[in-house]
Design a protein around this ligand. Sequence first.
Ligand code: F2R
Ligand code: MG
Ligand code: MG
Length: 365
Amino acid sequence: MTILKKFISLAAMESVLLKSKFRGSLLGAVIGDCTGAPFEGDTITSGDKIVIQRYFDKLEDPEFKAPFKPYTDDTAMTKSVVKFLTDKPEPDYKFLARLFVNEYMKEPRRGYGAAIGEVFNKMRLSKFDDVFKPATEQFQGKGSYGNGGAMRVAPIALYYHDNYDAMLGVATKATKLTHTNTFAIHGALLQCIAVREALLADPKKKLDPEEFVASLQEKMKKIENANVDRDLESSSPEDRAYQDKLKIVEDLIGKSYEDLDEEVIFQLGNGISAYESVPTAIHCFLRAQNDIARIETGNQFRRTIQYAISLGGDTDTIASMAGAIAGAYLGEEAVNSELIRHCEFTQEMTEVADNLLSAKGEFPK
Ligand code: F2R
Ligand code: MG
Ligand code: MG
């Protein structure tokens, strides 16, 4: 009887932790997006870093009153991915395409990528006949290498965390609805794997960044060596691209001098392409495991997002992806309630996270 009770309480604890991590990850995605959006496209000077420090200090101040920070395309598309996972028993990509298009038609001014509207218009005009075709026609048939697939992939990592192959398969197809370039697909898979690894890590134990990267490297090696399995085009030079980027992430872990940011931007990038943003988001998560010069906070979740934004460039998306990883590791408790209050759609995102977990049948009673 005592043993039985022990098992039940352990199981319950597991799903309570899972609930916190699902919420933490999706809150991380939306808060990174909302807080990062005002700086998107900026080059950040050392003076700007002080401004960003004050910006976060204010957002965490319970007395501070301001209109909420609106979300952008990153969150708009993430919402659709959750609905795709919760509302149908099996992956239905036509349904996901319709959700993306409906969201875009409703609010096209959410800062979408410049070319993605063409995909949505073609889907709509063809009455969703072949939903995978429009993306293949982007950029003279090369497909988009943007980070739009990676920025919305976190819910797939959460939902399929216990079925790795299904996770990769669904993430690949969900990305290919809009992005068919190998860089975009592999970037989305890397982000997906990073969120899953973070979800599976024990937040009470100090994370070992080297172990974390090694695990990603091993998995990306398999993916980059096995394009055929992922239903991609035949091999090409970019087939070591993310392994090489992860080697840089690994090398950067050992460097602790203060002015690392220039080197991070130069070596990893801070751009709108998946290749120049997904490894950067992973770096942000790992670097924020410890204090970072000129980022004054004891909170690891905030440190991750604030640091991602302080690198400039595609700030909403890099902060959103880094936030999704950090939240999946740390759980909801690490997220400051004032930050939640100041960002659009965070209350709803908490419910959405619970729906996602309950769709898996693991919601704590
Ligand atoms: N669009 C933006 N930011 C621009 C400024 C928005 C402004 N703040 C506002 O409010 O209006 N951000 C969002 O876009 C990124 C995700 O983009 P996604 O979904 O990947 O779109 P797209 O259009 O497919 O690709 C983005 C751009 O990358 C270049 N590109 C992609 N593939 C290319 C290829 N094969 N050859 C040449 N160029 C390629 C193009 O310039 C695309 O337009 C996120 O940052 C999100 O926040
Ligand atoms: Mg955006
Ligand atoms: Mg962006």
